[in-house]
Design a protein around this ligand. Structure first.
Ligand code: PGA
Length: 291
């Protein structure tokens, strides 16, 4: 699956700080949904992450909904991953995260949200059913993700197959240490396994938007876009995706080459046309082609 022109595109959008980066991503998601013109016969399918990075984007999307500019009534969502063993109502389950930080505040219908069940009696069957569900909705239009400092995408830890599908994964120690902050700093409370979409599942999305903020992600961003495709940095697989946007803040660019930063900053005027003008559901959208 590619974009209409069949060309590969990778964009790097560099914003001043995290607030501006997450807002830019929210504007982009807003424009994409409105441009798609979803309705009862035509749902917009969105892949979504958890984590600290997307929180600012979720806040903005809630604001757009409250202002009447955006509706999620005809949006279906698929989350990237979920811990194994945590019941849905556990405060740190990704299920709780999504409802507490986003779904409860917009008009999305619960039956249109899909989050893997880490307590399913047959985890392999749960993963298979998730893949089938994505397929039966016609595939994911836009997959939004974050990355770990080790370059993982969803829970595809270093060494994961770049053609992997949704499955059970054992978490790397780096990820357990990073996520301990959500479990009172106690690594023994962090689940050691998760269900996660595969790199191949993400690669099937018609478009991917990756949010990267903070200096602690700068090496991961360098490996994602300046090094070769490598399964030790699974996000680097996106170099071969048809249409990917990396949206980052200045801090995350500190390990990039100066000429890479200069090149992409030089394109910022062109890239900003993707979010300017900002469409609203209050007015009919007349733009036919959104690149
Ligand atoms: P973070 O997590 O947004 O909390 O940094 C991202 C990830 O680990 O994929």
């Amino acid at each position: 699956m590619g974009d209409a022109s069949g060309k590969l595109t990778m964009k790097l959008i560099i914003l001043e700080d995290e607030t501006k980066a997450t807002e830019w991503a929210a504007k982009y998601i807003r424009n994409k949904i409105i441009q798609f013109n979803p309705g009862p016969e035509r749902y917009f399918t969105l892949g979504l992450p958890t984590g600290s990075t997307p929180l600012g984007s979720y806040k903005k999307l809630i604001e757009y909904y409250r202002n009447g500019d955006l509706s999620f009534k005809y949006v279906k969502t698929f989350n990237m991953d979920e811990y194994v063993g945590l019941p849905r109502d556990h405060p740190e389950s990704f299920h709780s995260f999504m409802w507490n930080n986003f779904f409860n505040y917009v008009d999305i219908l619960p039956e249109n949200t899909h989050i893997l069940d880490g307590t399913a009696p047959d985890l392999d069957a749960e993963c298979k059913a998730f893949e089938e569900k994505i397929k039966s909705t016609g595939g994911i239009e836009l997959f939004v993700g974050g990355i770990g400092p080790d370059g993982h995408i969803a829970f595809n830890e270093p060494g994961s197959s770049l053609v992997s599908r949704t499955r059970v994964k054992t978490l790397a120690m780096d990820t357990i240490l990073a996520n301990a902050r959500f479990f009172n700093g106690d690594t023994s409370k962090v689940p050691t396994m998760a269900l996660t979409v595969g790199v191949g599942t993400i690669m099937d999305a018609r478009e991917v938007l990756i949010l990267i903020t903070g200096a602690h992600k700068s090496l991961a961003l360098h490996k994602a876009i300046e090094d070769g495709v490598n399964h030790m940095s699974t996000v680097s697989a996106l170099q071969q995706h048809h249409k990917t946007l990396f949206v980052c803040d200045e801090d995350a660019t500190s390990e990039l080459r100066a000429k890479t930063v200069r090149y992409f900053k030089g394109l910022s005027e062109v890239h900003n046309k993707l979010v300017e003008p900002l469409y609203s559901m209050k007015q009919p959208c007349t733009i036919k082609q959104f690149e």
